[in-house]
Write a protein that binds this ligand. Structure first.
Ligand code: SF4
Ligand code: SF4
Length: 323
């Protein structure tokens, strides 16, 4: 009988595939970003990942003009869903839109981007295989990220199984805010695990991500008990999680609960990313008013790295992981 893991015709919803990435795991990698996320972090730089289904995104500056083109309107089954300002597509009425993506297919100028595409494991493997030589030379491989890739755990398990069949290294970047059964499904085919600790206080965690952190911390502890090595990250956001109370609580948790299984703790400095994508979806960017003095914040991040290293936790600034 064919199991889910063996099924190369299984489909997942993928919103981006990047080749030759360097950040999420060692070496040169192909990274697949999957739709759907149980969190909604205020600083998220991938707002197009949040919904589990495909959606159209609007890039007004690329619109030719309603008068000269108008192909999106002709294709749309819902009158009034597409709204134009000064002759250019400006916003999609999300209450009228059924996310059919007919407008994105019809648009000749990429003014409407399809955020999300249904792809089979085999279609993804056709992209992944192009760079096998680079993975071998650089110690790289494939990373799934998101969104939360483990919301599509059957697809990820089948994809990773197909990778392992071709001797390609696999890495899963997850919030681990998922059921253990979804983690267990993917683990047999996973070489490297990356996860975040965003805040140690459950209520502050909920304030900034919409969920408490209990399930995430429990899953990290369980992965540790199963002797799985972890690459952990803290996305450092000024005024949210960079205070010493939270930093020392994070160090205490790593040292007492993750039993030496943390290979590296990576500190990611807050960057204002993804604003154009928020606009494309007509979503507010919650970090709009946050102003950061880059030089003094970088010094703060370096001080925090020194603190973790001083407590015996291997910590670096940034995502460059040794093989
Ligand atoms: S996705 Fe479909 S329903 Fe939505 S605006 Fe485009 S064509 Fe209309
Ligand atoms: S199809 Fe594209 S270019 Fe043409 S009017 Fe619509 S958004 Fe503009």
């Amino acid at each position: 009988m064919q199991t889910g893991e063996d099924n190369v015709s299984l489909r997942g919803n993928v919103f981006n595939i990047q080749r030759f990435t360097l950040h999420d795991g060692p070496g040169l990698r192909t990274e697949l970003f999957l739709k759907g996320c149980p969190l909604k972090c205020a600083w998220c730089s991938n707002p197009e990942s949040l919904k589990p289904y495909s959606q159209p995104g609007v890039f007004k500056s690329k619109c030719i003009s309603q008068k000269k083109c108008g192909l999106c309107e002709d294709a749309c089954p819902h009158s009034g869903a597409l709204n134009f300002t000064r002759g250019k597509l400006s916003v999609i009425d999300r209450d009228l839109c059924s996310n059919c993506l007919a407008c994105a297919d019809a648009c000749p100028s990429e003014a409407i981007k399809p955020w999300g595409k249904s792809m089979t494991v085999e279609e993804c493997m056709a992209v992944i295989r192009k760079d096998i030589g680079y993975y071998q030379r650089s110690g790289g491989g494939v990373t799934v990220s998101g969104g939360e890739p483990l919301l599509q755990s059957e697809f990820v398990a089948a994809l990773f199984k197909a990778c392992k069949d071709e001797n390609i290294q696999t890495c899963c970047e997850s919030s681990f805010c998922v059921n253990w059964k979804d983690i267990a499904r993917v683990l047999p085919w996973t070489d490297i695990i990356i996860s975040d600790i965003k805040h140690m206080d459950p209520l502050v965690h909920k304030k900034y991500t919409r969920v408490e952190n209990g399930r995430i911390l429990e899953n990290l502890q369980r992965l540790t008990r199963e002797h799985r090595e972890l690459i952990l990250r803290i996305p450092l956001i000024p005024g949210v999680n960079d205070d010493m109370d939270n930093i020392s609580a994070t160090a205490d948790f790593i040292l007492s609960e993750l039993g030496g299984q943390v290979r590296t703790l990576q500190l990611l400095s807050f960057m204002r990313l993804g604003e154009e994508k928020y606009r494309s979806l007509d979503m507010p960017y919650e970090m709009q008013s946050l102003r950061v003095d880059r030089r003094s914040f970088q010094k703060r991040v370096n001080d925090i790295a020194r603190y973790f290293n001083g407590r015996g936790i291997h910590c670096l600034v940034g995502t460059k992981e040794k093989q």
